[in-house]
Design a protein around this ligand. Structure first.
Ligand code: URA
Length: 237
């Protein structure tokens, strides 16, 4: 691959023109040697490329953990509302990024943004049943009988039958619980509680497979995840 193409693909904030200039000034090294020509050929998997002393690590795919705030939609474009992609910092932005899975506009929490279609498919495929855990606040207290209803697989409006789901009480908070789903039907958690005569007033996704939302990530903030970790988080035991 051409050196400028390689650097551009990993560093969105540098244009080919910038790289040409950096090469000319001797700021670009390949395996420790100054390379003055930006069309120099490199092997992205073998050569060590540094720009102004910073090593450019080759990531074929990018994986970004986002703490989605309310009011943002999980799509690549929307005429009216900001999308999750508008929250990706400029230096991480690259072609082909999309959210692997959806949350409602008013739901907060974990969204994985990637350009790895194969991994996204694995996470989202209904056959894989990747567990997704949510923190839920309800209008009224969580009742004991919800446990059985969730575990049995309940029928919700429109006749959909849910797969068995898990509900866990939150000690000291009678209106709150954690719910783990292994599927993702439209407004599923809201509809499940509606079927039980309750109402979701706050919803946040806290994990998908083994990937847990970083507690230090404020709503709207992103974090890059390494490929090897992503693989581990979505490989069943
Ligand atoms: N269930 C819902 O009702 N909404 C979401 O965003 C996710 C799960």
């Amino acid at each position: 691959m051409r050196l400028d193409k390689f650097i551009c693909s990993q560093k969105n904030n540098l244009s080919r023109k910038d790289i040409k200039e950096l090469c000319r000034k001797g700021h670009v090294l390949v395996n420790g040697n100054v390379v003055k020509k930006s069309d120099f050929n490199v092997s992205e998997n073998k050569d060590k490329v540094t720009v102004c002393g910073e090593e450019i690590l080759y990531n074929r795919f990018l994986y970004i953990m986002l703490n989605k705030p309310k009011g943002v939609v999980c799509s690549t474009r929307d005429g009216k509302s900001p999308t999750v992609l508008s929250l990706v910092p400029e230096n991480l932005m690259r072609k082909g990024l999309f959210p692997a899975g959806r949350l409602d506009k008013d739901t907060e929490g974990l969204v994985l943004i990637t350009d790895d279609g194969e991994l996204a498919h694995r996470i989202l495929s209904p056959k894989k049943h990747v567990p997704k855990k949510y923190y839920v606040e309800l209008e009224r207290p969580v009742r004991e009988n919800y446990k059985q209803a969730f575990e049995k697989g309940m029928k919700i409006d429109g006749g959909d039958i849910c797969l068995p789901a898990k509900i866990e009480f939150v000690p000291g908070k009678e209106n709150c619980c954690h719910v783990t789903l292994r599927q993702g039907m439209y407004h599923q958690i809201k509809r499940m509680f509606e079927a039980l005569g309750n109402k979701v007033i706050y919803l946040k996704r806290i994990s998908m497979g083994g990937l847990v939302l970083d507690e230090n990530l404020a709503p709207g903030e992103c974090l890059v995840i390494m490929h090897k970790d992503v693989e581990r988080f979505f490989t069943p035991d």
